[in-house]
Design a protein. Structure first.
Length: 353
């Protein structure tokens, strides 16, 4: 991070204009419905006619089918988010850089999940996204770890080291990954909120408001995951500080019922903005459906903030969420087609607005 990037004024007008152009190029729900009817080879050819052309052409001689799609998606995602950092100046750069550490968190959890499920290192590497602070060489070495304990030791000198070490005993006792994944999420969100909550600066206040919503929905997701896992864990012990919707004590009470969680959110400050998404949430009959409804709700909320405050950090962070949604949806379609899932089964795996 250079002095030019962290000092001086933020260039919101320039960055939000560039982001709007990128947002316009994202796939929409109709694109996803077309892709659901295609095989992996057809999906790759469809992507070649879009802004994924560069990645498909560059990787087409080494990969095909789902492998080509996976590598193209991850490379394209990293390119777009590195562009955000390249465009931004002043505090805006720092806000974006902090937020993009989410891909470090994603990668750490991806490695831990891969080891837990006995995946090969190459399979784990295919799911890594090189868009955070942890460099490619370290992440590739992390993917080679033989055990979760080895991975935790490798992460000792990163920002996640202390939290993972503290959570490892709970993981060994319960045999579920929730303690480790929550340790990573907590560390990420604590880093995001550090030093920005007490401010009179409107730009910073909007950044905090956006993050508070994301933390609120992360707490809701974690509460239900813990309840559904059957492990002897208290959701209050895995509460992430920084949101406004829940107190730690409330999560334990609300975690056993999707209906109660939905009602609680509907009666909160998010209720009016998230009404349609909450209708979907209440109809969700599985953990996956619930989590997809939460993702859709957060996207809807981020879009609301972007429209109300168009020259702010909000459109940038909303774009990051929308781009993630696109990559996740295309990946889910390609994997679903490869696995022989029906169109309805694949569509149930997507986050649709």
């Amino acid at each position: 991070m250079t002095a030019r990037e962290t000092e001086g004024a933020s260039n919101y007008e320039y960055v939000t204009a560039r982001v709007q152009a990128r947002r316009a190029a994202l796939f929409d729900d109709e694109d996803y419905r077309k892709l659901i009817r295609m095989g992996p080879g057809e999906i790759a050819r469809y992507m070649e006619e879009t802004e994924y052309e560069e990645e498909i052409n560059a990787l087409g001689s080494r990969y095909d089918g789902v492998d080509l799609i996976e590598h193209a998606l991850n490379r394209n995602l990293a390119k777009h988010f590195n562009d955000l950092l390249r465009w931004a100046d002043g505090p805006l750069y720092e806000f974006i850089a902090r937020y993009l550490r989410k891909f470090d968190a994603w990668n750490v959890k991806t490695v831990v999940r891969g080891i837990y499920s006995d995946s090969e290192p190459e399979e784990i590497r295919e799911d890594l996204i090189y868009a955070g602070e942890l460099d490619r060489a370290f992440l590739d070495r992390l993917a080679e770890a033989a055990t979760i304990e080895d991975a935790v030791e490798l992460l000792d000198r990163t920002r996640y080291g202390d939290a993972l070490e503290a959570a490892y005993d709970d993981y060994e006792e319960t045999g579920v990954l929730i303690p480790l994944e929550n340790a990573v999420d907590r560390t990420y969100y604590e880093g995001l909120m550090a030093g920005v909550t007490e401010t009179d600066n409107r730009a910073t206040q909007l950044y905090v408001e956006f993050l508070q919503a994301e933390i609120d929905f992360r707490n809701a997701r974690n509460a239900l995951r813990i309840a559904r896992s059957g492990a002897d864990l208290d959701p209050a012990d895995y509460f992430i500080e920084g949101g406004t919707l829940f107190r730690a004590s409330e999560l334990s009470q609300l975690s056993t019922s999707v209906d109660e969680l939905a009602t609680f959110i509907r009666e909160s400050t998010y209720g009016d903005d998230l009404s349609a998404a909450l209708d979907e949430l209440e109809d969700a009959d599985s953990l996956i459906g619930f989590e997809h409804a939460l993702d859709a709700a957060l996207l809807e909320y981020s879009d609301h903030l972007s429209h109300v405050f168009p020259l702010s950090i909000c459109p940038v962070l909303a774009y990051v969420l929308a781009k993630e949604r696109e990559v996740d949806n295309i990946r889910a379609i390609a994997r679903g087609r490869e696995a022989g899932l029906s169109e309805d089964e694949i569509e149930s795996e997507l986050v649709m607005l």
